[in-house]
Design a binder for this molecule. Structure first.
Ligand code: NAI
Ligand code: MG
Length: 389
């Protein structure tokens, strides 16, 4: 090729929302690593635009996202998200002002949460080889327990009543089941475990007010979540299963699932669960694979009509915010998933390799038993990328 003709570099426009607490530290770290990746490999570039949508700004100006925030995001190829949540703002305000509206409005109905043993990382279960714990949790990300239906009556009186209604739809369940079966089919073991609580939460019955010990909170009677649709969840799973005869299936009640994850991790591969159940199980999965600080997630719109969003599963961790000690591995792994989603397979594989070479060498933050800080791990991953390519 004549030297004056340059091949055109592929440009990926990324919206970055660092948010709050350690979300800021790990997003900075992820941008550094992604920039190193593109400049070292060549052939593609990232154009990052950072949005200052945070709790601090909410407190000073009264909103997280501006009113056209969602349409601004639609112009990007992908979104990178840090974390949202501050001790100064009630958590339901911060979540419902920023991350949940993005997931819902941009049709990110799947949340993919892989868990596996990275090299050099120890499980609290003791000896746990890579093949002993290698899961993908597929979380329903648009409805279920986080559909936002319900309300409060007789507020601030002794008779206050709050309802929090789970919504399960045929369409919503079927599309997540299909995604989960496709995921399972694409993995070597072709095995899918469906998680439910359909013994207690029955189809077609409206929720009762159950004043159990754990449901009485601050004078409110919380309705036990669900009541509608868990049997529909099961039914659709078995219907969709007929289209995937090559995928081995089984079903677990969510409480028993926690036991199986701890005692028999090797028996699991792909897992599909509702919004709430998968939220909880994926924190457990992260802890079993070493730390909440390493776990990634992808909020996907599989139709690709909207940008998808990538974020570590952890929150803003106010207890360690501002100390520079957050583990950036979950942020890097999430970044690798984003790189794969925008079509840069080789770069995604390279980034994962760099991360694992670094953990294998023992360059780790305190939560993984190491002594490095965020910057130390980030420097090491950037150096590793340069050495690899
Ligand atoms: P969290 O995940 O922020 O923290 C739980 C524990 O894990 C803390 O002890 C924290 O220090 C530790 N931890 C988390 N990430 C770490 C990392 N990268 N490196 C080392 N240690 C890490 O969960 P928590 O405390 O329940 O929530 C804190 C805030 O974050 C709340 O406001 C909550 O609503 C919000 N949150 C936001 C999420 C999001 O933006 N997607 C997800 C989860 C929580
Ligand atoms: Mg969570």
């Amino acid at each position: 090729m004549p030297s004056h003709i340059h091949s055109v570099s592929r440009l990926h426009r990324i919206a970055c929302i660092p948010g709050d607490g350690i979300g800021v530290d790990i997003t900075d770290a992820a941008i550094r690593v992604l920039t190193t990746l593109s400049s070292t490999l060549g052939g593609f570039e990232f154009d990052f635009t950072t949005f200052d949508w945070s709790s601090d700004n909410y407190l000073s100006r009264g909103y997280y996202m501006p009113s056209d925030g969602l349409s601004q995001l639609r112009a990007f190829d992908a979104i990178y998200f840090g974390a949202v949540g501050s001790p100064a703002v009630p958590d339901h305000i911060s979540l419902w002002s920023l991350i949940l509206p993005i997931r819902k409005a941009l049709n990110q109905y799947v949340n993919v949460r892989p868990t596996r043993m990275l090299q050099g990382v120890k499980s609290p279960l003791g000896e746990c080889a890579t093949e002993d714990l290698d899961w993908v949790i597929v979380r329903e990300n648009s409805e279920g327990e986080y559909s936002g239906q319900g309300g409060v009556s007789h507020e601030d009186t002794a008779h206050a009543v709050a309802t929090e209604v789970s919504v399960f739809t045929q369409v919503g369940i079927e599309r997540i089941m299909r995604f989960a079966f496709e995921t399972a089919k694409g993995r070597p073991r072709k095995k899918l475990t469906m998680v439910t609580k359909s013994n207690a939460q029955r189809h077609g019955k409206f929720p009762h007010l159950i004043p159990t010990e754990e449901s009485v909170l601050g004078g409110f009677f919380l309705v036990a979540h669900g009541g509608l649709g868990m049997v529909l969840w099961d039914k659709v799973f078995y219907e969709v299963a007929k289209d995937y005869p090559d995928v081995e299936i089984d079903k677990m009640l969510v409480d028993a699932m926690t036991v199986r994850m701890v005692l028999h991790p090797k028996t699991l591969d792909t897992i599909v669960a509702t919004n709430l159940h998968a939220d909880i199980l994926s924190d457990l999965a992260a802890a079993l694979s070493g730390s909440i600080g390493i776990a990634p997630s992808s909020n996907l719109d599989p139709t690709r009509a909207n940008p998808s969003m990538f974020e570590p599963i952890h929150g803003s961790a106010p207890d360690i915010a501002g100390k520079g000690i957050a583990n950036p591995v979950g942020a890097f792994w999430s970044a690798a998933e984003m790189v794969r989603w925008v079509g840069e397979e080789k770069a995604a594989d390279g980034l994962m390799k760099a991360i694992e070479n670094v953990t294998a060498r023992g360059v780790k933050t305190k939560d993984l038993g190491g002594s490095e800080d965020t910057k130390g791990v980030t420097d090491a991953v950037c150096q590793e990328i340069e050495d690899l390519f």
